[in-house]
Design a protein around this ligand. Structure first.
Ligand code: SF4
Length: 257
């Protein structure tokens, strides 16, 4: 069971997290993407309590399903990857259960099948953290690292988790493309980079050129709901990855280092 902290302790934890971020910040090109005060560590602590509602939900799930992961789900993939995929948040019976983003639910079936097809993964996806799957040139993370009730984080939770996305972006030294799966991820990325949403409207298939030669690609989220309703077809999803692959494979493509 996770211990609940007093408000004064929460503030102390936040301040110390930000202090650690400042001392670990690096002065490379990847960091130039990040607004100065925004970056935190690339991964939150396993007992992060910056969002009291989500911490309480994790504790509740731990009581009901003690064998599940029930913690902030860490990013998965290649720290040297040129592609960073940003989803919304862990699914209750997917990543929150298994401990790996998009692993164990329908969205992961489509995402990992597509990553394998376009050369961003090798091995076999078997919906388990120990299936041996490896990502190549690709990292997957979430806009919000803890499972939210009904898949709906509130704005304050999205904001609280933003420093960790900033840290993850900063840590991807060879970053060329950030793929947003859904509008919330898209908006979280823009806020993390201190860019105006009106200048980069979300649209499936859009490729926005950001500063520092980084492209923001948009896709509808590969959720079961979106695919069942026809909002996102397998072909539409493949098309986004085809565009990303073509961009990364351009002979003139430079990484930011
Ligand atoms: S969602 Fe992010 S900021 Fe909130 S408790 Fe989880 S890891 Fe911490």
């Amino acid at each position: 069971m996770e211990a609940l902290l007093l408000p004064s302790q929460l503030i102390g934890l936040y301040v110390s997290t930000m202090a650690r971020a400042k001392t670990s910040r690096k002065s490379d090109n990847a960091s130039k993407l990040i607004a100065d005060p925004a970056a935190g560590p690339a991964e939150p602590a396993a007992n992060c309590v910056l969002c009291p509602r989500l911490a309480a939900y994790r504790a509740e799930n731990s009581r009901m399903e003690p064998q599940w992961f029930n913690a902030p789900v860490p990013s998965f993939g290649d720290p040297q990857g040129r592609l960073l995929i940003v989803g919304l948040a862990p699914g209750l019976r997917g990543a929150n259960r298994t401990g790996r983003p998009f692993t164990g639910d329908y969205a992961g079936d489509l995402l990992y099948q597509t990553l394998l097809e376009f050369g961003f993964a090798r091995g076999h996806y078997r919906a388990a953290i120990d299936d041996g799957l490896e990502l190549t040139d690709c990292m997957i993370t979430n806009a919000v690292r803890c499972v939210p009730p009904e898949n709906k984080p509130v704005p304050s939770e999205i904001a609280s988790c933003r420093p960790f996305l900033a840290g993850r972006i900063s840590a991807q030294k060879r970053l060329v493309v950030i793929l947003a799966l859904g509008r919330i991820a898209h908006d979280q990325i823009l806020s993390t980079l201190a860019l105006r949403k009106v200048s980069y409207p979300f649209a499936h298939g859009a490729m926005h050129t950001l500063r520092s030669e980084v492209t923001l690609a948009d896709s509808f989220h590969c959720s079961r709901y979106n695919t069942n309703t026809g909002r996102l077809t397998t072909e539409m999803f493949r098309s986004v990855f085809s565009d990303i692959r073509a961009l990364l494979d351009r002979p003139t493509q430079k990484t930011k280092i």
